[in-house]
Ligand binder design. Sequence first.
Ligand code: ZN
Length: 263
Amino acid sequence: MTKSIPEPLWQHTLASFPFLAQLGDADLAHLRELSLGFLAKKEFHGAAGLAITDAMALAIAAQACLPLLHLATGIKALAWYDDFIGIVVYPGEMIAHRQTQDALGVHHDYSEVIAGEAMHGGPITLNWHDVADASRSARQGSNLVIHEFAHKLDMRDGVANGCPPLPSGFMGAKTAGVGHRIWQTAMQFEYSKFCEQLALHQRFGADAPWLDAYAASSPPEFFAVACEAYFVNRVFFARDFEALVPLFDAFFRPPGTYSSRQD
Ligand SMILES: [Zn+2]
């Protein structure tokens, strides 16, 4: 599958993931081009006995490339994912073994169940159960592939802080520092609002926020979870995160918002 994506396979992917099928013709053609380039650059590894089919690899490639659609022309945007090659796919959720050292120098070993992981400069780990469930989970604004690849966008400048490297002149900013402040101010506002809403729900039984509670873990997780919702359920995302819509539109540049970048 290196020269072209067979039409039946592409159509199968679009039928499986309606949030992809709803893109315009030009975006779909571009997504197909990016997906092909992605498949040529990345190596998939099935873990725990999972065999990766062409359809599974394409399902992951197409969702991973969705955020890249308007970040650059042609397939240049694939450079955002250049820091790694491997994509490890487990059949279901996996157990990650962690080692940390606290402020007193004491080592801690523990295990946690995770759905996926993006390592800085390393591979992406996913579980096929959640990838295949993306059509259903889009109603909750969830998408595992976009979550893990959003971490890659965030970490592109070497720091996982919920702010990807911004283009020059971001939202009219005269300097990079001003652009960064515009981003952080809007993100911090919505992150605090979300954490407060979640706390009211957990402590006092107020309505639960629509977005996954995991978003309250940290600013980088809030960015990754918000990206999921932005790409798979824009209507609900815009209802709950009004301040993030112009911010994300200025960064991801979907058609009809800002003119596409020429670089
Ligand atoms: Zn995450």
